[in-house]
Design a protein around this ligand. Structure first.
Ligand code: MRU
Length: 346
């Protein structure tokens, strides 16, 4: 059973604080939407699908305290939704989940206060449960790509900790292992926040999956001198043509994989596909604080006062992507056709 990073306990939304892993397992309690906003912004929760699920609960928490008639209620929901939407710009799942919650809010706005809050909690719960189901389906489809004994490289954390449970890219490894295949995972550490070393290694080793952490810069050399059968990563936003935004470093990993003839796959649910974008050029890329690059906690990694850049994501052009694994099956190039075909009727 993979870790569940979000739980509702006695009406409070509890988040496993990912900034403290792997050293400490502490839960961050959210009583109101402001707590959810802080949790997403400070990356106590992170990972595209989980950000969406958490924001959905943020809207539900807001409904509890919003009094008044339907107009007043919807205005309040709109204000909270706007604040949650401003937390992180790249993962489209955030906006997808908030829009879905706003639609539900409109549908229940006429109901008494307690009833409409209960309906919004039920909707957030449905989004959470769907996410776990989608990850299991992604895992099942993706596992078919893996032969017994493969070594697979991944980047960042697209696991149970980035979703409501099970994971997208890491869900593929879990499903393969459940099918009895032996899989070795090479986890790139993922500077600057080390999601690969801290989170991917934590959740896979805890579940008994064979995982080895490597420095980001070791990928090319290991592909050249060792055996790497494929790369599988998650995604924060996929444009209609398959261009894929994911954690910074994914783009160079894709180029390295192409150079060495290693297949490069993206695993993601439909909620990560943004059909409003023809290609990746308009995907907003979050730029985070310099201190994430120049410091490790209180430890100085670069001279005081030296500038740093910290783009948190990059966009991998579709031409580097061998396939995109979704919950409905595997999309192959050209993605403009295959993604819309797989996602039709969702
Ligand atoms: O900045 P983060 O940690 O939220 O970035 C997460 C990633 O880039 C993941 O790879 C992506 O969200 C896929 S999660 C299934």
């Amino acid at each position: 059973m993979s870790v569940e990073p979000i739980r509702v306990v006695d009406g409070r939304v509890m988040l496993l604080d990912q900034t403290l892993l792997p050293g400490e397992e502490r839960w961050f309690e959210c009583i109101g939407p402001g707590d959810v906003e802080v949790a997403i912004r400070t990356m106590r929760v992170r990972g595209a699908p989980l950000i969406g699920v958490t924001a959905a609960y943020g809207v539900a928490l807001a409904a509890r305290s919003l009094a008044g008639g339907s107009g007043e209620f919807l205005d309040g929901i709109g204000r909270v939704a706007a604040r949650l939407a401003a937390t992180r710009p790249t993962a489209v799942n955030l906006f997808w989940a908030i829009d879905r919650m706003k639609r539900e809010a409109s549908a229940v706005a006429q109901l008494p206060k307690q009833e409409r809050a209960a309906r919004l909690f039920a909707e957030a719960e449905a989004i959470r449960e769907e996410d776990v189901r989608m990850c299991r389906d992604i895992g099942m489809h993706g596992a078919a790509l893996l032969a017994d004994g493969e070594t697979v490289m991944t980047h960042c954390n697209a696991g149970a900790l980035a979703t409501a449970g099970y994971g997208s890219a890491l869900g593929v490894f879990r499903a393969a292992v459940e099918q009895g295949k032996r899989v070795k995972v090479l986890a790139r550490e993922t500077r600057p926040l080390l999601q690969g070393a801290r989170l991917t290694a934590w959740e896979l080793s805890r579940d008994g999956v064979d995982v080895t952490v490597i420095p980001d810069g070791a990928a090319a050399w290991l592909m050249r001198t060792g055996r790497v059968d494929r790369v599988i990563v998650g995604a924060d936003r996929i444009a209609s043509n398959g261009d894929t935004a994911n954690k910074i470093g994914t783009y160079d990993l894709a180029i390295i994989a192409r150079e060495h003839g290693v297949p490069f796959h993206v695993a993601a649910p439909y909620s990560t596909v943004d059909f409003s974008l023809a290609d990746g050029s308009d995907i907003p890329i979050e730029e985070r604080g310099m201190e994430e690059v120049t410091r490790l906690g209180s430890h100085l990694l670069a001279p005081e006062g030296v500038a740093a850049r910290n783009p948190a994501f990059d966009v991998t052009p579709a031409r580097y992507i061998t396939s995109i694994v979704t919950q409905a099956g595997i999309a192959l190039p050209p993605y403009a056709d295959s993604l819309s075909l797989l996602c039709r009727g969702r």
